[in-house]
Design a protein around this ligand. Structure first.
Ligand code: GLC
Length: 445
């Protein structure tokens, strides 16, 4: 009897705790969902790699790590980092004009040079460079004035810190297991810096980097997440915190099939480097950037497009041009991008697509100046109207091959006049009578 009672009690306790756990994870999911909403709607962010590496125009941090330059010579760049033409209001207005809804700046790269007056050490541009000013606070203020969310890139690893194990590619200072107290000292420093960012700048988003050198346990990734969310429950954390982030960050490489992550962001340079490098002239054209942007959004993601200001704060003219052209395109076609959802599966239309949240508007992106009759397959919804975004030209359509006795929908042909094309990518807005229905069969009946 007692045995049975114990069993029933144990089952009851187990069921209750399962229910509680489920409820908790639901709450957690729901709150993540709501804090992620602005990010999902934003689609475009601007990444800013600003640092002393722009003085010589060399690889950010990696150049000394990989021994392309000696550490002392790398650090000499501090003397040339003037920020004399740093104009946060102009930066914010350029970002605004691009259509971006968030920006992420390198508060500290792997070289350990902080762009804010950290009190945890002296390696910051206020104390150690002629810039002599906080470069984070005025930018965050200008961004927020423009209703742009402000994100902080932060390198967890810090190759300059004397208590950080890693240094050059073939040398380390020590192993954590041999000197755990030294590692704890570094973590006190790291958490001190994060605490400053959190308390003084309240980032809307943390963009961690460099987590790969240590495990989640070593970093206490869970603790970092907890403490940042404790300060601001709505802050978003990127996926580079050893499993404790909110979204994925594929870098430079474009997904071919649609990623299964709920939230993801492609981070990409405008030439081949993150920071300013005079010799790098491999600029992407505005068309290329726009088509990559469209591709990311159609696949349910965001684009975080990088700019690398010069040491004095000037933004290279090629990047100004890319942001401006992207912004003009967004002015004409942003209705198909912002606050929308990734599009329909591949196969229905030979190009990227997006959907309105109620899925009763389908947007078709015509690449490479496509004109003439474009085709849409397997659309099992009635079309109300079709127009070209940006110039409101209404377009007729024709249904071809609809067999009266078959449930398979006919093909939709839309004739797009060459004279009405966007200089980059034209968008057709297809208004449906009801939320979209698609036929995805193999033909036949
Ligand atoms: C990489 C690099 C870094 C760069 C970052 C941006 O992780 O280490 O230099 O800042 O990507 O995504």
């Amino acid at each position: 009897m007692l045995q049975r009672f114990k069993l029933v009690l144990a089952t009851l306790i187990a069921t209750c705790s399962l229910l509680i756990a489920n409820a908790q994870s639901k709450v957690a999911q729901e709150s993540i969902q709501s804090k992620m909403q602005w990010f999902a709607d934003a689609k475009l962010g601007i990444f800013i790699h600003y640092g002393i590496y722009a003085v010589n125009g060399i690889n950010e941090s990696w150049s000394f790590h990989n021994k392309e330059i000696s550490y002392p010579d790398y650090m000499k760049q501090l003397n040339g980092f003037t920020a004399s033409n740093y104009q946060p209001e102009y930066w914010a207005s350029l970002i605004k004009a691009s259509g971006a809804r968030y920006a992420v700046i390198t508060t500290k790269h792997h070289d350990g040079v902080a762009l804010w007056p950290t009190k945890q050490n002296q390696l910051n541009v206020v104390e150690a460079s002629p810039a002599k000013k906080d470069l984070i606070a005025p930018l965050f203020a200008a961004l927020r004035k423009n209703n742009i969310k402000a994100g902080a890139y932060f390198s967890l690893l810090d190759w300059s810190h004397p208590d950080y194990p890693g240094f050059l590619k073939d040398s380390t200072r020590y192993k954590i297991k041999d000197q755990p107290e030294r590692w704890n000292k570094f973590k006190t420093f790291l958490n001190g810096q994060l605490n400053e960012l959190s308390k003084n700048y309240q980032p809307d988003l943390y963009w961690f980097d460099g987590d790969w050198e240590h495990s989640a346990t070593d970093w206490n990734a869970e603790g970092i997440r907890e403490s940042l969310l404790h300060d601001n429950p709505n802050t978003i954390i990127n996926g580079r915190l050893q499993g404790y982030g909110d979204y994925e960050t594929p870098e430079q490489n474009f997904p071919v099939t649609r990623p299964s992550f709920k939230w993801w962001e492609l981070c990409m340079t405008t030439n081949n480097n993150w920071g300013y490098q005079q010799r790098d002239t491999a600029w992407k054209t505005p068309y290329e950037v726009i088509s990559i942007f469209v591709d990311a959004v159609a696949n349910g993601g965001n684009l975080l497009l990088d700019i690398g200001p010069k040491a004095d704060g000037t933004i290279p003219k090629e990047q100004v041009n890319i942001l401006t052209e992207l912004g003009k395109w967004n002015q004409r076609n942003g209705d198909a991008i912002f606050d929308r959802l990734g599009g329909i599966p591949q196969g229905h239309f030979y190009g990227p697509t997006t959907l309105s949240k109620d899925s009763s508007t389908l947007y078709l992106f015509l690449q490479a100046k496509t004109s003439g009759p474009v085709m849409l397959k397997g659309l099992d919804s009635k079309i109300k109207s079709i127009e070209i975004l940006g110039n409101q030209t209404k377009l007729p359509h024709k249904i071809v091959g609809k067999i009266s006795w078959s449930a398979v929908p006919g093909l939709v042909y839309i004739d797009v006049p060459a004279s009405k094309l966007d200089p980059y990518i034209t968008v057709l807005k297809v208004q449906l009578e009801k939320p979209i229905k698609l036929y995805r069969g193999k033909g036949g009946l």
